[in-house]
Ligand binder design. Structure first.
Ligand SMILES: Nc1ncnc2c1ncn2[C@@H]1O[C@H](COP(=O)(O)OP(=O)(O)OP(=O)(O)O)[C@@H](O)[C@H]1O
Ligand SMILES: [Mg+2]
Length: 386
């Protein structure tokens, strides 16, 4: 029902006098009135028009008033019904109430204004019910909109997860390419050396190194694929730091341009870590390479110092250089993947990110200390307790 539409009141009684009286009672009200004398007519009105309140005699000669009530409710459940009934049929009046009539009025009509009051009350109740229905519809609509929004959010989330996975795969692939490039360069250099080597014993030792680097490549591929997982004990071995650092340095010397760089090592003997050899080696290869790359152009040559020791339950290592250093605001960025200040083709920006991931995997910390112009020092700390 539209708000501006008048309420429609249908009055049904076979006694013309009663119709007359009721017409007079309701004439002044702001409602549309239809008065009919038979049940058949009433039924026609109910079936062809909207009726908001039905006021009907219970005992019509042709159709039972309760049947009209049923039709009215079937057409519009919110239609209200008031039954007019004689004193003798109080029981049927109560039956009408059970059929969801709003009220009943006993005949003869002693107080016609009482009927008007009941009609007004019926409309008031109906207005509340209509408002409720409107609110429920509105709620359903809003629920529908919310559900649609939720569906959309879910779809977006799925898309996001997918694209994050793809980005993750991209980073993984780039990381693997980055890490195997040093041993691959090493293999290439050794293979060339073997080809020209006359001394069989030396050629054999190069060949052993080639095999070793091939293993390194294989392990890097396997290990990098499992970065997100925490270090699992079954893969760990006891790693002797001095030996791994020595191997890392040899690999850097073989795979990068370090002609202009001097390396100094000061490593305590017998420093042991529970880790994967390869990963510890990757950490130092990346740090030493960065340091060598930073100092290579230094006047009078570059100097890279590596120190390591043990304090209490912590194994520490530092890699320092005399390069240009890192500005404070850049120090926050250097561990991010793909952050690089090197020329395109020179650096991918993955080295320190890989270092960071390996170090944190072993519950270690890495910090950088640098003042521009005065070199940089990277410090690693690993807890010794399992
Ligand atoms: N020892 C250092 N001295 C000065 N700057 C450094 C040093 N180590 C790292 N950086 C800075 O941090 C950046 C990130 O280093 P990272 O190793 O992650 O990537 P990269 O060396 O640029 O590239 P890639 O390692 O892929 O060859 C470098 O580009 C450089 O700006
Ligand atoms: Mg690097």
């Amino acid at each position: 029902m539209q708000p501006h539409e008048k309420k429609h009141l249908l009055i049904v009684d076979d006694e013309p006098v009663i119709l007359q009286i009721l017409k007079a009672v309701f004439e002044e009200e702001p409602w549309r009135l239809t008065l009919v004398g038979t049940g058949a007519e009433a039924r026609r009105v109910l079936q062809s028009e909207r009726v908001d309140l039905l006021l009907t005699d219970k005992n019509l000669p042709d159709v039972n008033g309760l049947e009209l009530l049923r039709i009215a409710k079937e057409r519009e459940p919110l239609c209200e019904v008031i039954i007019l009934t004689g004193y003798g049929s109080l029981e049927t009046a109560l039956a009408a109430m059970e059929l969801d009539a709003f009220d009943y009025v006993l005949k003869p009509l002693n107080n016609v204004f009482d009927i008007r009051k009941k009609a007004r009350q019926a409309f008031a109740k109906q207005d509340v019910a209509l408002e409720n229905r409107r609110l429920i519809l509105e709620l359903r609509e809003k629920n529908g909109a919310l559900e649609a929004a939720l569906d959309e959010t879910r779809a977006l989330q799925a898309e996001l997860i997918q694209s994050e996975k793809l980005a993750g795969i991209g980073t993984l692939a780039a990381g693997i390419a980055h890490e195997i490039s040093s041993p691959l360069f090493g293999i290439m250099g050794l293979a060339e050396a073997i080809a020209d080597e006359q001394d069989l014993a030396l050629a054999q030792s190069y060949a052993r190194d080639v095999v070793e680097y091939c293993r390194t490549v294989r392990d890097i591929v396997v290990e990098l694929s499992s970065y997100s997982r925490a270090a699992s004990n079954e893969y760990l071995t006891t790693v002797e730091l001095a030996r791994v650092v020595h191997d890392a340095l040899r690999l850097v010397e073989r795979s990068a341009d370090v002609r202009n760089v001097r390396f100094e090592m000061d490593i305590e003997e017998g420093l042991l870590l529970q880790a994967r050899t390869n990963e510890v080696q990757q950490v130092f290869v990346n740090l030493l390479k960065n340091a060598a790359e930073a100092t290579g152009e230094q006047e009078g040559g570059g100097l890279v110092r590596l120190a390591a020791g043990r304090t209490g339950n912590t194994v520490w290592a530092t890699v320092s250089d005399n390069g240009p250093g890192i500005e404070p605001e850049k120090q926050k960025l250097i561990f991010d993947p793909f952050y690089t200040t090197k020329a395109p083709g020179k650096g991918t920006g993955l080295g320190l990110n890989i270092v960071y991931r390996i170090v944190t995997k072993y519950r270690g910390v890495i910090t950088v200390d640098s003042r521009p112009g005065q070199g940089a020092t990277f410090e690693l700390r690993f807890p010794l307790d399992p």
